[in-house]
Design a protein around this ligand. Structure first.
Ligand code: ZN
Length: 146
């Protein structure tokens, strides 16, 4: 039951069932596709960045509960955030997901800290973030988690 306690907290279940910002984005200034071959998660992240601020950010795709909840929480948090702050948060989230250590106040993202104990699940949790970063840096190739 530990896996469930670590990974399937209520907030994750809620975001999986009712994902936020789960839609196509017209007029996106940036978008990228991501794929996690270990689990089969597929995601496309689209955003509108203007004047150094993420005005809107959405995702579509299919994947496991962790990948979907992570993308849902990520888009909720990044919307209206400064691009530079979003980049810093990407770094911090990567640390959180891979070590379980919180490099600062991670807010709702901290529900995903438990994934660090399950290396295969780390990719599910970080896929949306890598794809977001790929979109921001105009990466044309599909983002593949290793
Ligand atoms: Zn997954």
């Amino acid at each position: 039951m530990d896996v469930f306690k670590d990974l399937y907290q209520q907030l994750i279940i809620d975001h999986n069932q009712n994902p936020h910002n789960f839609r196509e984005l017209e007029d996106a200034s940036h978008s990228a596709e991501g794929h996690n071959p270990l689990c089969g998660d597929e995601i496309t992240v689209s955003l509108i960045a203007k004047d150094g601020i993420i005005k809107d950010i959405t995702f579509i795709g299919s994947g496991c509960a962790i990948s979907k909840a992570s993308a849902s929480i990520m888009t909720s948090i990044l919307k209206n955030m400064k691009v530079e702050d979003a980049n810093a948060l990407f770094e911090n989230f990567h640390t959180l997901a891979t070590t379980g250590e919180s490099p600062g106040d991670m807010g709702k993202l901290s529900v995903l800290a438990g994934v660090h104990k399950y290396p295969a699940r780390v990719k599910c949790a970080t896929l949306a973030w890598h794809t977001f970063y790929g979109a921001l840096t105009n990466t044309k190739e599909k983002i593949i988690t290793e």
